[in-house]
Design a protein around this ligand. Structure first.
Ligand SMILES: *Cc1c(COP(=O)(O)O)cnc(C)c1O
Length: 392
């Protein structure tokens, strides 16, 4: 009788060696594992908007339900019209994705493939390395700066092929970056774009751009007009509160969006997501509220960390990376404190898979969610009485 065996399949080594993506633990899973009431669990693990989905988007989805028996508009006409007006660019300069992760992966497929080389920063978003690995590209990881941010000079050298390997096909940069929360001034990115080899595509990931203070924001569509090798990626998963719908977009010159449109899956963005995104883009009040809540929460957590002497990276996003131990040799700290927090019904994100076993990332929640986290943290970190009092 014929049998089949996975060993007989020609699965490439670069596929076999992919480590699965580790997302934030779902509330229901933590409730089951630790015997907790799901209603009392606080999830601050995936940088979601603590306000949830805007009501405007819920209404738009309810209306779109009537047509859900049909395929979505593969070209995303309505959404591109609204984005086009908002961004001041033609619709052909926009490519839609099932979350911006889809844009990141489509970029690897389109611009690198298995022949190419992909450059990203140490502690850069985990999807960059995964996307490169999925297509079988060579990967250059550039050591981070002391504050865990992007070292643009070293990244430029890597993109140019300082080791004699020729220019890279693709570079990923996130601004602000996740999981570190670090920020690059626009002038520095602009200088990087000017110096980058013409044959290297760069994806500038702006998943958290809506959370930047107005004084720090820069309209990157200006760069897209100037640089034919730039793709800016954005998402509706964070400030717009639509993480579960999976919708994001890329902005690039039409020659690039045309290629990416050929490579992405057909109908990659579902009809409910498109309708919700149109509504969310028109809901400035929700965006303003999300921004204000995040500013307050960043201050609330940063002040508490300062008071308790907990080390953290000042964040420009909607999350903070903090050190779970004051002992530099304590490589178990992230896992241990994470478990202690889970037992107390608080879900944060371990970042050992980023090579940061002493650190944890906490998303900014509502005021009361942040309070619940801060109430649980001293016990979980086994801090002394003075630190406990400082955090409370
Ligand atoms: C959350 C995040 C994204 C967005 O992911 P989606 O696929 O759009 O949900 C992209 N880049 C970074 C750096 C992120 O943290």
């Amino acid at each position: 009788m014929p049998t089949s065996s996975i060993a007989a399949l020609h699965i490439p080594d670069y596929i076999r060696s992919i480590s699965p993506y580790i997302g934030g633990k779902p509330i229901e899973e933590v409730a089951r594992e630790f015997g907790l009431d799901p209603a009392k669990i606080v999830k601050l693990a995936s940088n979601e908007n603590p306000l949830g989905i805007p009501e405007s988007a819920q209404r738009a989805m309810a209306a779109a339900m009537a047509e859900i028996g049909r395929y979505p508009d593969d070209n995303g006409f309505d959404l591109k019209q609204v984005l086009s007006k908002k961004l001041g660019i033609d619709p052909e300069w926009i490519v839609l994705g099932a979350g911006s992760s889809d844009i990141l992966i489509t970029a690897a497929l389109t611009f690198s493939g298995s022949e190419g080389r992909v450059v990203h920063s140490q502690y850069g978003f985990v999807v960059y390395g995964l996307a490169a690995q999925k297509v079988g590209a060579k990967i250059t990881v550039v050591p981070a700066t002391e504050g865990l941010g992007h070292d643009l000079d070293a990244m430029l050298a890597a993109a140019r092929g300082a080791g004699g390997e020729g220019a890279a096909q693709l570079v990923y940069i996130a601004n602000p970056s996740n999981p570190t929360g670090t920020f690059l001034e626009p002038q520095r990115i602009e200088a990087f774009l000017e110096a980058l080899p013409a044959e290297t595509v760069i994806v500038l990931d702006e998943a958290y751009t809506e959370y930047l203070e107005p004084a720090l924001r820069f309209d990157s569509t200006q760069w897209v007009r100037r640089f034919a090798n730039l793709v800016v990626s954005r998402t509706f998963s964070k400030a717009y509160g639509l993480a579960g719908l999976r919708i994001g977009y890329g902005i690039a010159q039409p020659a690039l969006t045309d290629l990416m449109n050929r490579v992405r899956a057909a109908f990659n963005v579902n009809a409910l997501a498109q309708a919700a995104a149109v509504a969310a883009l028109g809901d400035q009040a929700f965006l303003d509220q999300s921004y204000a809540l995040n500013r307050a929460g960043l201050a609330q957590l940063s002040n508490a960390f300062d008071a308790a002497g907990i080390e953290y990276i000042p964040s420009y996003g909607n999350f903070i990376l903090f050190k779970a131990s004051r002992d530099d040799g304590d490589d178990d700290a992230g896992a241990r404190v994470n478990l202690a927090l889970l037992k107390r019904g608080i879900i944060v994100r371990p970042v050992a898979n980023y090579g940061l076993p002493q650190w944890l990332r906490v998303s900014i929640g509502t005021r009361s969610e942040n309070e619940a986290f801060l109430a649980a943290l001293p016990g979980a970190m086994e801090l002394g009485a003075a630190a406990r009092a400082a955090v409370a």
